[in-house]
Design a protein around this ligand. Structure first.
Ligand SMILES: C[S@@+](CC[C@H](N)C(=O)[O-])C[C@H]1O[C@@H](n2cnc3c(N)ncnc32)[C@H](O)[C@@H]1O
Ligand SMILES: Nc1nc2[nH]cc(C(=O)O)c2c(=O)[nH]1
Ligand code: SF4
Ligand SMILES: [Mg+2]
Length: 235
């Protein structure tokens, strides 16, 4: 079963969430059932770029061709990778190679292959995204992955988003929880201005978290790759 692939890149570091700093390859799939107002990967769903339909075997070949023997971890992101049934085979093949597999998804669509993933990041979307969370679906998702290495990550742009993050963390108190700063300017090429803005946003979010008892066990992170490489693609 073919998978629409936008890009394969790495090795780089995972810049976000539960395995931040982990050396990894990325496979970015095409298509999303959401359209977040601030999506930093719009090209996966807005029609501005083309995907290539690939069998899992061909993706593994690309990973080897691009990454050589310089990796043992693969992160599947998108778009929403959970749109694609064919990823089941990709996960099996990666495991056969001895690679661990992580996935980034918003938790809106379930796939049974999710249970085979080594690091699952579920990232429900706050009000500033203009998306609605279906809590029944999210409850089901979390239930399915309870025994797995799963985390929740909420991107925060403003006070209302922070309240949403508190609500999510309170609803699933036993799931490791990550706050992530939002990047408001996903187009700029002025890396210095962006870095300074993002660091200010990070300080603001740390301040919010330290003052919230709900966040006593939360981790507060920037997008590390954005601090280093700005809005550059493929890193
Ligand atoms: C591009 S999404 C792809 C995976 C999946 N669709 C999702 O949203 O979880 C990967 C991660 O980037 C985050 N993200 C997207 N745009 C962002 C932005 N402008 N600032 C900070 N994080 C952003 C998402 O919330 C998600 O956690
Ligand atoms: N280095 C790096 N880390 C990331 N973590 C999540 C990413 C994504 O776009 O899903 C991403 C990305 O694009 N690059
Ligand atoms: S769910 Fe993820 S890929 Fe889809 S629009 Fe939102 S941030 Fe972008
Ligand atoms: Mg990204």
């Amino acid at each position: 079963m073919k998978i629409p692939v936008m890009e394969v890149f790495g090795p780089t570091i995972q810049g976000e969430g539960m395995v931040i700093g982990q050396k990894t390859m990325f496979v970015r799939t095409g298509g999303c059932d959401y359209s977040c107002s601030w999506c930093d990967s719009r090209f996966t769903w807005d029609g501005s770029a083309r995907s290539e339909l690939l069998e899992a075997e061909a993706i593994v070949e690309q990973l080897k061709q691009i990454g050589g023997d310089l990796f043992s971890h693969v992160t599947i992101s998108g778009g929403n990778p959970a749109l694609h049934k064919g990823i089941a085979n990709l996960v099996t093949l990666c495991h056969e190679q001895g690679w661990k597999v992580a996935v980034e998804t918003q938790g809106s669509i379930w796939q049974n292959w999710m249970r085979e993933i080594d690091d699952v990041t579920i990232s429900p979307k706050p009000p500033s995204s203009l998306m609605e969370t279906d809590y029944e679906k999210l409850d089901f998702y979390i239930k399915q992955l309870e025994e797995r290495n799963v985390s929740l990550k909420v991107v925060v742009f403003d006070d209302e988003d922070f309240r949403f993050a508190e609500l999510i963390h309170s609803r699933y108190p036993h799931i490791p929880f990550y706050l992530q700063i939002g990047n408001e300017d996903v187009a700029t090429t002025d890396d210095h201005a962006l870095l300074s803005t993002l660091l200010k946003r990070y300080e603001w979010l740390i301040e919010k978290a330290t003052k919230s008892h709900v966040m006593n066990d939360a981790k507060v992170l920037p997008q590390l790759h954005t601090l280093i490489w700005g809005n550059k693609r493929g890193v």
